[in-house]
Design a binder for this molecule. Structure first.
Ligand code: AMP
Length: 374
């Protein structure tokens, strides 16, 4: 299947060609035709599946086809974190190509002044985190009366992060007649409840359930004492083929400690977690993306929304208590068809978590028996 067969218009095909995508991913293949026909979508898909393009491409096409009336905002994309909102905004810039569609990005933790100024330039699309959007709506800077499109991206995470009240307030002022696209990595009952309230006779699309993502990634586990993990990490990183690695810790303090230890050993590393300012997080992420640092140490929450192309390795410095978290973590490597490597450091106390993981992914992660700290 090619993008052309999905009936996308020439400017979008051109942008995809420049980006180097030759075929749609399954979520794109399954969603784009329905969205172009005006159907609501409930998409069960996590990051890494190509879901952003699955909604951005048809949305751009439909906005282009319909003449603009007045200066109102025509599409709203809600995302849980600044990082994800930024990624969506970058995707719009990429896929839009030469199309005359303007968008803006609203998120909290920074001055609202430039955002207010950008709203006065009458964007067609707003990408926003719920809190800041609501704040600007309440101050009268945003009107969504003429909205055609609503997208909720990572709705499950928005609920986890406590955005439900903000979301409800935003939705209350939207036109009832609109096109709504709803994406979530899980279909938990409270997600379905929200989806049912928002969607009108939606098409359900579901891709790569969490347990199958793991198949593309080579995995191995090192059994090690807690006090030796530091040295094991150093030992593993002597392998120069590990050029660029995301290391996961369970706690914020753990992330800071690992980054500090690595720097002391002469390995450039930075930590990102929720206690750091958004600017510090973004700077660390940029340094990592631009390969100025070799190791990024992250907690699970902070790592969400990290989209780094060709991330070859992920290391679980600590084993997560939830087996699904393991699958999400290792899904950071091996994205969109690239294969990746995931290494886990497991203490005796963490063995039960590893057992749960093996059960979820329906295979035994290979054990590295011979290592200096076994
Ligand atoms: P997403 O799930 O939207 O976060 O996308 C995951 C990654 O896949 C991003 O880096 C996209 O740029 C990339 N991607 C999206 N669609 C395609 C495609 N059709 N072919 C190759 N890569 C893609």
């Amino acid at each position: 299947m090619s993008f052309k067969q999905l009936n996308l218009i020439e400017p979008l095909l051109k942008a995809l060609e420049i980006k180097g995508y030759d075929q749609p991913t399954p979520i794109q293949e399954q969603s784009i035709p329905h969205i172009l026909q005006g159907r609501d979508i409930f998409g069960c898909a996590q990051t890494g599946t190509g879901k952003t393009a699955a909604f951005v491409l048809p949305m751009l096409q439909l906005l282009t086809a319909k003449a603009k009336q007045g200066n109102g905002v025509r599409a709203l994309i809600l995302a849980p974190t600044r990082e994800l909102a930024l990624q969506i905004s970058d995707s719009i810039t990429t896929y839009r190509g030469q199309l005359p569609i303007k968008h803006t990005l609203l998120f909290g933790g920074v001055s609202q002044r430039p955002q207010v100024a950008s709203l006065q330039r009458h964007p067609d699309i707003i990408v926003a985190t719920p809190g800041r959007l609501l704040d600007l709506m309440e101050q009268g800077y945003v009107s969504l009366k003429h909205l055609d499109f609503l997208v909720l991206d990572e709705a499950d995470r928005m609920l986890d992060m406590g955005f439900i009240r903000d979301i409800r307030k935003i939705i209350a002022v939207l036109p009832a007649k609109r096109h709504t696209l709803f994406f979530s990595a899980t279909a938990a009952p409270e997600i379905m409840k929200l989806a049912n309230q928002l969607l009108n006779n939606p098409i359900h699309v579901s891709v790569s359930p969490v347990s199958s993502t793991a198949e593309a990634v080579k995995q191995a586990v090192y059994y090690v004492k807690k006090e030796d993990k530091r040295l094991l990490l150093k030992h593993v990183l002597t392998d120069k083929t590990i050029e660029h690695v995301l290391v996961f810790t369970r706690t914020k303090r753990g992330a800071d400690r690992v980054a500090k230890d690595l720097n002391a050993l002469g390995i450039r590393a930075e930590a990102i977690h929720g206690n750091k300012s958004q600017n510090a997080r973004e700077k660390a992420l940029q340094n990592f993306k631009q390969r100025r640092i070799r190791v990024l140490v992250a907690t699970d929450i902070a790592s969400r929304g990290i989209d780094v192309q060709q991330l070859s390795h992920v290391i679980n410095y600590e084993i997560p208590e939830q087996a699904e978290t393991y699958v999400h973590r290792i899904g950071r490597t091996g994205r969109a068809g690239n294969s990746g490597i995931a290494l886990s450091f497991c203490t005796n106390e963490e063995r039960p978590y590893m057992r749960d993981i093996n059960k979820l992914i329906k295979k035994q992660v290979e054990v590295v028996a011979a290592h200096p700290f076994s």
